[in-house]
Design a protein around this ligand. Sequence first.
Ligand SMILES: O=C(O)CCC(=O)C(=O)O
Length: 273
Amino acid sequence: MTMTQASQIALLREQGFVVVRGFADAATVSALRDISLRHLEQAIEPIEYEADLRYPGAPASRQAAGGHTARRLLDAYGRDPLFAQWAASPRIAQWLAAYFGLARPGLARPGLARPGLAPVLSTVHHNCVMTKHPAYGSLTGWHQDIRYWSFSAPELVSCWLALGRETAENGGLFFLPGSHAAGFGSEQFDQSKFFLPDPPANRDWIARAVCPTLEPGDAVFFHCLTLHAAQRNASNAVKLSLVHTYYPGSVRPLPGSRSASRPGVPLAPAQGA
Ligand SMILES: O=C(O)CCC(=O)C(=O)O
């Protein structure tokens, strides 16, 4: 059954994430995937390497075996016009204008979006092709993306586009439904702001984890407070996802912060939004 956009938006508000099936067409996915593979093969900078982050499973350094395994092809918006077109596409503009314009009742922090303000693409956060390689690709613990971001309000939403199939086995994202509205205490996180696995209250949350299988062209929209995590890639093929983050025009990156270090891109007002 196809969900209406209103139902998708309601689900994003309620559970902190929503899968939108077939969000990008096959030709678009194929073109974005081809560029991603070419940039990976040619190691076109800027790249964040697994060895730089050192999450569990990553090589210890760039000199170690697998040390040049990419984790993220950074600055997707700036690295190819096709990526820029996707990130600022009318498809995304319309969807997010509907979400931000309607995002009043029922949100964790209501009243932050005003109808008529165009969504803004962050060129600082995510804005990358997220890769996960079978060898040397790391796992990512439970976290909220907002942890290192600085904005006037935590009202950002990411759009994660699958450029291939994504499952629990190849390192697909797991989410904790409703966690965006939970209001966790700082004692529930470690010093790096990962959600601790052992406290009983945290275990209860983690027991609710779901990992939606994504087909190429499916997108997941998720709130910046939604806890999510991913395992290593146990398949034999690299996994590629194109990820961008957006905020409503009423929200501002805090002056002097990394979030404000590069200007955002307001999306052209979408027809009918
Ligand atoms: O692909 C993964 O391991 C998770 C990526 C992620 O959640 C992130 O980088 O914020």
